[in-house]
Design a protein around this ligand. Structure first.
Ligand SMILES: NC(=O)c1ccc[n+]([C@@H]2O[C@H](COP(=O)([O-])OP(=O)(O)OC[C@H]3O[C@@H](n4cnc5c(N)ncnc54)[C@H](OP(=O)(O)O)[C@@H]3O)[C@@H](O)[C@H]2O)c1
Length: 92
């Protein structure tokens, strides 16, 4: 985490991603955090954080499996993208 950096955290509406967004915001040197999820409006906690950190936290709605995700990454001037999701396949 560096001075004046801009981050995009996907999977940020709950769990590990939300915890990471809080951690990034706790460092005043981190300039901007974009918090992404498919339905960020459903996360009351994320909405409250965005209200509290109006100047530094911006909520972005997208599905990382869609083409929109790549477009958003190109549009934003990011220093680091952190993707907090995964898929667990159980077979057999
Ligand atoms: N929690 C743990 O203790 C733990 C430990 C080890 C590993 N992990 C791994 O860490 C990852 C996250 O775990 P978690 O517990 O934080 O999961 P979680 O509570 O289910 O949160 C997942 C987050 O990802 C978002 N999301 C899911 N699919 C998405 C998509 N296609 N595009 C954009 N956003 C999407 C969800 O919001 P929306 O539904 O609104 O999109 C939510 O914000 C998982 O891969 C898990 O296996 C977790």
């Amino acid at each position: 985490m560096g001075k004046g950096k801009t981050y995009l955290v996907s999977g940020s509406s709950r769990g590990v991603g939300l915890a990471l967004v809080k951690e990034l915001l706790s460092k005043p040197d981190n300039r901007t955090v974009f918090a992404a999820a498919r339905s960020p409006q459903k996360s009351e906690e994320l909405q409250k954080l965005a209200e509290k950190h109006k100047d530094r936290l911006h909520i972005v709605t997208f599905d990382v499996t869609s083409g929109d995700s790549a477009k958003v990454r190109k549009l934003l001037c990011l220093d680091l993208t952190i993707q907090i999701l995964g898929q667990h396949n159980v077979t057999g």
